[in-house]
Design a protein around this ligand. Structure first.
Ligand SMILES: [Zn+2]
Length: 195
């Protein structure tokens, strides 16, 4: 498996908010891989998860908003994991995404046509719908029964979150578990040699 195609962390397939938070990660050598790096990539990412219609495509602006939501969700997940007070702006961003009803028909007035009701720009609607779905998922994850299972991977340099499938699970993947075990074995060997 290529390093850019890590298997989904436990819980990420069921929870789009978890998948979104995990959608950017560091590669070996310090480079970053961003699954939402371009509007096309972000559209493909959403399509893969059935979050947008096959023909829908995001624009730069929408991709930027999704990336912004990702940063806010990461701040909330991190606060949850560390017991810190979450940034108020991140809570606000989730609430804004939740309350922007994407289906609302707006009232317009045109001298020729009079009052009409119509939807907002379709592309804006697509991203707003997606953001509402993801924000709703994050809110129910943070405030629901599974909140205690939401944890960051404990492997150094891994930034992914996952749902603990059992209480003692520490890593998002066997890859991270193997990496930590190998590092520990190496440290033990060094300790023996330098003793
Ligand atoms: Zn990991």
């Amino acid at each position: 498996m290529a390093e850019t195609q890590l298997a989904a962390a436990p819980g990420a397939e069921e929870h789009p908010s978890l998948a979104l938070v995990n959608s950017s990660h560091e590669l070996r050598g310090g480079k970053r891989y961003d699954e939402l790096g371009t509007p096309e990539a972000a559209s493909a990412w959403l399509r893969e998860r059935d979050l947008i219609a096959p023909e829908a495509a995001l624009e730069d602006y929408c991709q930027g908003r999704l990336v912004g939501l990702r940063a806010d969700l990461r701040a909330l997940f991190t606060a949850h994991a560390t017991g810190a007070v979450p940034p108020a702006a991140a809570v606000h961003a989730v609430n804004r995404a939740l309350t922007r009803s994407p289906g609302a028909l707006l009232l317009r007035f045109d001298p020729a046509a009079g009052f009409t009701r119509c939807t907002d720009h379709p592309v804006t609607q697509v991203v707003e719908h997606v953001m509402a779905v993801i924000a709703d998922d994050a809110a129910s994850l943070l405030a629901g029964d599974q909140a205690s299972q939401l944890a960051p991977c404990e492997a150094e340099s891994c930034e992914r979150f996952f749902l603990r499938t059992h209480a003692r699970r520490q890593w998002c993947s066997t890859r991270c578990g193997d990496r930590v075990r190998a590092a520990r074995a190496y440290a033990r060997k060094r300790a023996i040699h330098t003793a």
